[in-house]
Design a protein around this ligand. Structure first.
Ligand SMILES: Cc1ncc(COP(=O)(O)O)c(C=O)c1O
Length: 379
């Protein structure tokens, strides 16, 4: 049996999502753009799912565009958000701890002549309103700050940041892919113009996401084609994927609040067990608002990738904050941006809990982590 502690990477498919996908694939195989019966049946699946996703995030259905995932939603938001006001200026303000889905698109714009100010977090991973304010210029057109970091789990003060950006007339894109399901999300109460979401982090299928576009914002299309998704995302819709996203949204609307409390209790229990067993472990972002499912910690004297493999041998799926490329370990850019040493940045692990975890697993996992740490340090 695998103890799965990598829900920030992806989550297991919910049975409700699988049922909806199977139903849509069998019964709603028509092209949603066709006017006949099979087409209308498929259209119904897409529009029902749009309502469900909109309801989960506090949006109106016509503020949702379905995409191929979080990456496309982030790319679309950055490119179309930047271009929207390019007559005003060509300066972007972006947090230094964004996901590559944002960073790479911003770097592409940078190479095309856009100017970018990368805002560093504080030592706990928080992007402060003061830091954002200091980065703004008269020619800033777009700011991108994620709602919660995928690696360390820091929850950002997006209400305050968005309020500041509104007063300055700067468009605000917020990557909310890691927040959905883990903390309450209600875009109707947030000064956010564009927000990215993805189904597979909440038990939906992979390869389907959504971009929230605040009503009235006229952005340009990105994937051009047959005018689907109100002309914003060409291509025949992934009907089963979208239906699965909708079904997962219903589950989180019904059970989200309860599930968040349950998972937080498990995360806190794991954290305190590990602190007792491994006193040298340093929990990152421990003193600030953090995703309730995420425990990110530095294990001195031990490379994160080696620990991940030692844990895998013991049936535990966790993640290193650093990616291993061609035999060399890449230090976590997030920890480096937080001012941590190179050594800390390669010696970290992320445990992200979720819907499948139970209280019974916690002591087993804690013991295995202690054993893996001892073994990996001696390796
Ligand atoms: C914060 C964040 N943004 C964007 C993405 C991209 O999502 P996907 O890989 O599903 O396109 C991820 C996925 O890990 C993420 O964690």
């Amino acid at each position: 049996m695998t103890h799965y502690l990598d829900h920030n990477a992806t989550s297991p498919l919910l049975p409700e999502a699988l049922d909806a996908m199977t139903r849509a694939a069998k019964e709603a195989w028509g092209n949603p753009s066709s006017l006949h019966g099979p087409g209308r049946r498929a259209r119904q699946e897409v529009e029902d799912a749009r309502e469900r996703v909109a309801e989960l995030i506090g949006a109106k259905p016509n503020e949702i565009v379905f995409t191929s995932g979080g990456t496309e939603s982030c790319n679309l938001a950055i490119v179309s958000g930047a271009n929207l006001q390019k007559q005003k200026g060509k300066h972007l303000v972006i947090s230094a701890i964004e996901h590559p889905a944002v960073k790479s698109e911003v770097k592409a714009l940078e190479s095309e002549g856009w100017e970018v100010t990368w805002v560093k977090p504080d030592t706990d991973g928080v992007i402060t309103v003061e830091a954002v304010n200091a980065a703004l210029r008269a020619d800033t057109v777009l700011c991108a700050i994620m709602a919660a970091n995928n690696e360390v789990g820091t929850v950002q003060p997006i209400l305050e940041i968005g309020t500041l950006l509104r007063t300055k007339g700067v468009l605000f894109f917020c990557d909310m892919t890691q927040s959905l399901g883990k903390i309450p999300v209600d875009v109707s109460t947030l000064p956010v113009d564009l927000a990215a979401f993805v189904a597979h982090k909440i038990g939906g299928p992979k390869g389907v996401g959504a971009l929230y576009i605040r009503k009235g914002l006229q952005i340009d299309s990105f994937v051009r084609g047959g005018g689907q998704e109100r002309g914003l995302r060409g291509g025949t819709e992934n009907v089963p994927g979208i239906a699965g996203f909708g079904a997962a949204a219903v589950v989180w609307k019904q059970r989200g609040a309860e599930e968040r409390l349950r998972v937080q209790a498990l995360r806190d229990a794991l954290e305190s067990e590990l602190r007792q067993r491994i006193p040298e472990m340093k929990v990152n972002a421990a003193n600030v608002s953090r995703l309730p499912n995420t425990l990110h910690a530095t294990f001195p004297g031990c490379r994160g990738d080696i620990l991940v493999m030692a844990l895998d041998l013991r049936g535990i799926a966790a993640s290193a904050g650093s990616a291993c490329a061609s035999g060399s370990v890449k230090a976590s850019e997030v920890l480096l941006a937080m001012g941590r040493s190179q050594e800390d940045a390669i010696s970290s692990l992320r445990f992200s809990l979720g819907i499948g975890n139970t209280a019974e697993e916690i002591p087993i996992i804690a013991q295995a982590v202690e054993q893996a740490y001892t073994a990996a340090r001696q390796a």
